[in-house]
Design a protein around this ligand. Sequence first.
Ligand SMILES: Cc1cc2nc3c(=O)[nH]c(=O)nc-3n(C[C@H](O)[C@H](O)[C@H](O)COP(=O)(O)OP(=O)(O)OC[C@H]3O[C@@H](n4cnc5c(N)ncnc54)[C@H](O)[C@@H]3O)c2cc1C
Length: 596
Amino acid sequence: MTTYIAPVRDMQFVIRELAGLERIAKLPGFEEATPELSEAVLEAAAKLASEVLAPLNKIGDEQGARLTPDGVAPAQGFGAAYRQFVDNGWNGLSGDPVYGGQGLPGLICAATVEIWNSANMSFALCPLLTAGAMEALKQHGSRELKACYLPKLVSGEWTGTMNLTEPQAGSDLSAVRTKAVPEGDHYRISGQKIFITWGDHDMSENVVHLVLARTPDAPEGVRGISLFVVPKFLVQADGGLGERNDLRCVSIEHKLGIHASPTCVMSFGDKEGAIGYLVGQENKGLSHMFTMMNEARQKVGLQGLGIAERAYQAARDYAKERVQGRPAGQKGGERVTIIHHPDVRRMLLSMKSQLEAMRAFGYVLAADLDFAQKHPDHAERERGQARAELLIPVLKGWCTELAVEIASIGVQVHGGMGFIEETGACQYLRDARIAPIYEGTTGIQAADLVGRKLPADKGRAMAALIEEMRTVEAHLVDAEGDALTSIRFALRDGVHALEEATQWMLQTIGSDANAALAASVSYLMLVGYVCGGWQMARAAIASRAGLRSGQQRDFYQAKIAIAGFYAEQILPKATALLKVVKSGASTALNLSDECF
Ligand SMILES: Cc1cc2nc3c(=O)[nH]c(=O)nc-3n(C[C@H](O)[C@H](O)[C@H](O)COP(=O)(O)OP(=O)(O)OC[C@H]3O[C@@H](n4cnc5c(N)ncnc54)[C@H](O)[C@@H]3O)c2cc1C
């Protein structure tokens, strides 16, 4: 089994050349975000990842978390690793300095999210959810709630969870039944939540649950849902921990992957009702929770990238070791390692080119979020926000779907050994499989994209994106060779497919919602492939400039070749998907239920 080494040079290339670290460092509060700082952060994260977190990945898979009479016990080594993670300040990397965080740009933090998830996806879920809880409290909590909870969540002394799902309320949260009855300055919460990630454990002193529930007179449906903060241990006036709250983990799920991440059934209020505090306004809980969900959706997209990178590294290393067969067209001669076989090279490059496209797309979007938050110019803030709103469902859906595909190709590269647990290739596939499901399935992301995000501004944010892609296309004109020319033609076709599919979608969503929704996942994937192509084209342009500088020739030549492969072998999927989208999946709609 191979270990994990973070591809810091690739990450730095994207951070500097594509996501524009220089521009980020001009934003107020981010002045210290130099390339040197970014590199130092990534090198330190890479060290912790390869020395501490990655070696626990298999142990966590084999042992899993366990439910004991005292609560959930994490797999061996996870508690110590978490302490090291927190002591080294990693939990507060993006946290607001007002609450003790380091306030680093989301762009640099996005790269660390990739690193944690490559090293150990189960472990990474714990800080991922804490970050979401921090964001929801920061944006919607009262001054008192922020003062009480944020410093501890930022430091990582306490962890956060997201309690949405109930047996009857999964994708459709309007069916949430958990109750919240007002009592003085707090509420009494009772009900059952299922599938709660890191819902209980002893790695931190306290677990802070963000819970969706209904007050007694709340209207039906999504307009009657409120958000509460419900700590495992009640917090006293002096900030110290008091009694245990009336909530507990009653069981944990046995599941396909991420065994070390406890997926808990949580029971609130078995006795007198768990004490909870309202976050934001009553009945506005779902929109407040969306703050947390958007944050989590972005990070689950990056998680897809992380697990894909890990699967790629394992496949690449195996392909360089495994000896099988002879070079094509030769009868005698030496047997070769499988990386010499054209089809294995195709598989490896399809993994690598797609994950590089995912990385560029994910980091550039993280930079857009930084601009949305910090740019002094209102128009730039709006632009960043509109871009992120439009593309977060694509990042989540496309990157996680590709993660499963890439991890599956990783198994294939290993041949029979890929199906055997020993190599680790199966674990990456099993772990990756949850990513297109939680934080809203791909179907839900696609419905969000075509039903809300795209029509919200009548397609303006998408039109601006297409315009920007066309500018890149123009920069691909190449006097020196035809490598960039073929990328240019592929991008031109991809952008054309995106434009036509978008027009169809905007026309159809209003007139025939069923047809639009039936085609929505194909549309989301089309957007993803073209966004990937756009970023790979930018990578090729930046590499051409890098080559002219005469330094790191091998690195830049490889980048152009990988972008070329993406343009040739991956991006044409967009044109095929255009046809699929425009068919509106009428067959699926017209078949009677009995015929399924
Ligand atoms: C390991 C794990 C960890 C999780 N962690 C958490 C957590 O920390 N907190 C939390 O609250 N929840 C968590 N979840 C729950 C997760 O978010 C839900 O499982 C997910 O949102 C899907 O809901 P569901 O399982 O009820 O599926 P369903 O909603 O029943 O969906 C089943 C299928 O129907 C499709 N579908 C449903 N409605 C629509 C629609 N309107 N349009 C199109 N397609 C639709 C879905 O795409 C899916 O394919 C976790 C789940 C798992 C398995």
